[in-house]
Design a protein around this ligand. Structure first.
Ligand SMILES: *Cc1c(COP(=O)(O)O)cnc(C)c1O
Length: 381
């Protein structure tokens, strides 16, 4: 039932806008001593002590062997492709943040889009083989919303066709499966520590790699290709994380368990409150154990009284700034639209999901009452 004045039907309890996310920050006072150390030492970057300390701390926290920090996730993706000397065509998903495919274009690589699985919303392994050509050199899947890809099926295909496998794990910080960190899969996994992500260093990113030799190559590549003062072994880039960012990361790690617990509690609250609203379906999370609660996507089904975009507008009018991640599909942006694999007929599931998804606000500081406000807008339509 649509109430003609749904927007005004209930008084706003609270005028504060509710954004889809809000960056987590530690108490400022605890950051100051780190700044003092940086000021005293004048080591600002170039793999300084905080950079080294954060790499060690992240390996331990994530349960991985080697990690190389970057100034952001996109440069980490670009560099990961360089590290494995990927060329030609790479199979990837259209249902992601645009940086996934942009990293391919920056390397002169042709993205080949493959449709997603309607349940996991990750690349559908059953559709990968048909997209492989003589030019295919790698697969770049995304653990969308931090929910793991079908890593075993994808790995089998990569092995059979001798393809490199780079996971865009920008959403998958801290996600584990039965065997340990989800980041151990593939040749490389790439993280983002952008302000909007579960773990942030203002801006930042990393490549998780399986062996010391690969890490060394990546470390050279992120520092112009320098091996020592007079030796340059590759046309590297400047992708280094600064000491400011690394210091913040060290501090953020101390608050992460708490922040994750808050996210989980909020997700559970959404699951409970949204349950039974006709036409609203939660994606994963409810009852799912493998998740980091980085996003809370819902799908607007055909039997919901209004369209997804109408609901999105109603939320905005109630000061709730939910986001339509991932709409439009990457394959619909102008630099990809002309590719044969970007055709709508090739990507029916992704196109349908992109038209029905909304990511609801979720972040550690979100209050119970705010969660109720969001749900009430959805249920009052
Ligand atoms: C955030 C994000 C990136 C880019 O990370 P930045 O650190 O912002 O450069 C890449 N891929 C996906 C899927 C992302 O969500």
């Amino acid at each position: 039932m649509i109430k003609s004045n749904a927007v005004y039907a209930f008084p706003a309890r609270d005028d504060r806008p509710i954004y889809v996310t809000q960056p987590h920050l530690p108490p400022l006072a605890e950051y100051i001593p780190y700044l003092e150390k940086i000021w005293n030492s004048r080591v600002l970057t170039n793999g300084g002590p905080f950079h080294q300390q954060l790499e060690r701390a992240l390996c331990e926290y994530l349960g991985v062997e080697h990690i190389a920090l970057f100034s952001n996730g996109t440069l980490a993706l670009v560099t990961a492709l360089q590290a494995l000397r990927v060329t030609g065509e790479v199979i990837t998903t259209p249902y992601s943040f645009v940086a996934t495919a942009h990293s391919l274009l920056w390397n002169g690589i042709k993205p080949v889009f493959v449709d997603i699985d309607p349940v996991t919303l990750n690349i559908d392994p059953a559709k990968i083989e048909a997209a492989i050509t003589a030019d295919t050199t790698a697969i770049m899947p995304v653990h969308c919303y931090g929910r793991p890809c079908d890593v075993n099926a994808i790995e089998k295909i990569a092995d059979n066709y001798n393809l490199k496998l780079i996971y865009d794990a920008a959403h998958a910080f801290g996600v584990k499966d039965d065997g340990g960190s989800i980041l151990r899969h593939g040749d490389l996994s790439v993280l983002s520590f952008h302000a909007t992500k579960v773990f942030n260093t203002f801006e930042g990113g990393a490549i998780v790699c399986p062996d010391a030799k690969t890490k060394q190559r990546i470390d050279h590549l992120k520092n112009f290709g320098f091996v020592d003062e007079v030796t340059v072994v590759a046309s590297g880039i400047n992708g280094k994380m600064s000491e400011l960012n690394a210091a913040l990361g060290i501090l953020q790690l101390q608050y992460l368990e708490d922040a994750m617990a808050r996210r989980k509690a909020i997700a559970e609250m959404y699951c409970e409150l949204l349950d039974g609203i006709p036409g609203i379906r939660c994606v994963g999370h409810c009852g799912e154990t493998v998740a980091n609660y980085s996003y809370f996507p819902i799908l607007v089904e055909r039997n919901y009284p209004v369209s997804r975009d109408a609901l999105y507008q109603l939320l905005r009018e109630s000061n709730v700034y939910a986001r339509r991640y991932f709409f439009p599909l990457i394959s619909d942006f102008p630099m990809y639209r002309g590719l044969p694999s970007a055709a709508r007929e090739n990507l029916p599931i992704a196109a349908d999901i992109a038209n029905r998804v909304i990511c609801l606000p979720i972040y550690p500081g979100l209050e119970e009452q705010q969660v109720r406000t969001v749900v009430q807008v959805i249920s009052d339509v």
